[in-house]
Design a binder for this molecule. Structure first.
Ligand code: PRP
Ligand code: URA
Length: 208
C-alpha cells in the first residue's frame, strides 16, 4: 500500500507525545496540533506541481517557479479545524472549505450536517484534514462528498490513525493518499483509538 505515509519525524513524535499526554491543557494541545500540521504540510506538498513564472529580481529578469495548482484545505468539523492554521502558515494561498460530520456515539456511523466549498474545488489539490482516523467512517463519507463535487486529487491528512481506519479508507478509496503522523495499535470497544489521545474535538475546544 504505497499511498499510505506514516510521517515519523523526531519533531512530530515529540509533539505527538505532548498531545497524547492527558495532562496537556487546551492551549498547549491546540498549539501542538497546529505545529504538527505545519510540519506535515511540508512533506505532503513534496510532489505539488510547479509552473514557470517570469519575474524580475533586484538584479535581472529570470524564470522561477510557483505552485501550479490551487490548494484547498477541507477540515472535517470539529476536530479538523485544529489543523487548518498550521497548514495555512506553510501554504498561505490555500483556500478553505468545510465538511460537518459527527459520529453517532452508539452506532459510530457518520452524519453529515454541513458542507461549504470554494468554487474551483474540483480542479484543486484537496487536503482533507481530520486528526483522528478511527473506524474510517467519517473520512470515507467526506471523500464521497468531495468526489460528488468532482474532486480527483484528494489527500487525507491526520494525526493518529488506527490500522482498522487506514484499511477501511484505503479499501473504499484506494486513489486517496493517506498521510498520518502515527499508526496506533487498535480501536477499543467504544471506537476510540488505543493508545490514541482521547476525544480530539473535546481536547481542542475544551468542551469536556
Ligand atoms: C471524531 C474525529 C473524526 C471521527 C473519527 O469526530 O474528529 O471526525 O471522530 O472517527 P471515525 O473514523 O470512526 O469516523 P466526532 O464525530 O467525535 O466529532 P467532533 O469532531 O465534532 O467531536
Ligand atoms: N475520535 C476521537 O476524537 N478520538 C478517537 O480516539 C476516535 C474518534
Amino acid at each position: 500500500m504505497n499511498n499510505i505515509h506514516v510521517l515519523n519525524h523526531p519533531l512530530i513524535e515529540h509533539k505527538l507525545t505532548n498531545i497524547r499526554n492527558k495532562d496537556t491543557k487546551t492551549k498547549d494541545f491546540y498549539e501542538n496540533v497546529q505545529e504538527i500540521a505545519s510540519l506535515m504540510a511540508f512533506e505532503i506538498s513534496r510532489d505539488f506541481p510547479l509552473r514557470d513564472v517570469e519575474i524580475e529580481t533586484p538584479i535581472c529578469k529570470t524564470v522561477a517557479h510557483e505552485l501550479a495548482s490551487d490548494v484547498v484545505i477541507v477540515p472535517i468539523l470539529r476536530a479538523g479545524l485544529g489543523m487548518v492554521d498550521g497548514i495555512r502558515q506553510i501554504i498561505p494561498s490555500a483556500k478553505v472549505g468545510f465538511i460537518g460530520l459527527y459520529r453517532d456515539e452508539e452506532t459510530l456511523e457518520p452524519h453529515e450536517y454541513y458542507a461549504k466549498f470554494p468554487e474551483n474545488i474540483a480542479t484543486s489539490i484537496v487536503l482533507l484534514v481530520d486528526p483522528m482516523l478511527a473506524t474510517g467512517g467519517s473520512a470515507i463519507a467526506a471523500v464521497d462528498m468531495l468526489k460528488k463535487r468532482g474532486v480527483s486529487d484528494i489527500r487525507y491528512v491526520g494525526l493518529v490513525s488506527s490500522p482498522e481506519g487506514i484499511d477501511a479508507l484505503h479499501q473504499a478509496h484506494p486513489d486517496v493518499e493517506i498521510y498520518t503522523a502515527a499508526k496506533d495499535e487498535k480501536l477499543n470497544e467504544h471506537g476510540y483509538i488505543v493508545p490514541g489521545l482521547g476525544d480530539c474535538g473535546d481536547r481542542l475546544f475544551g468542551t469536556k
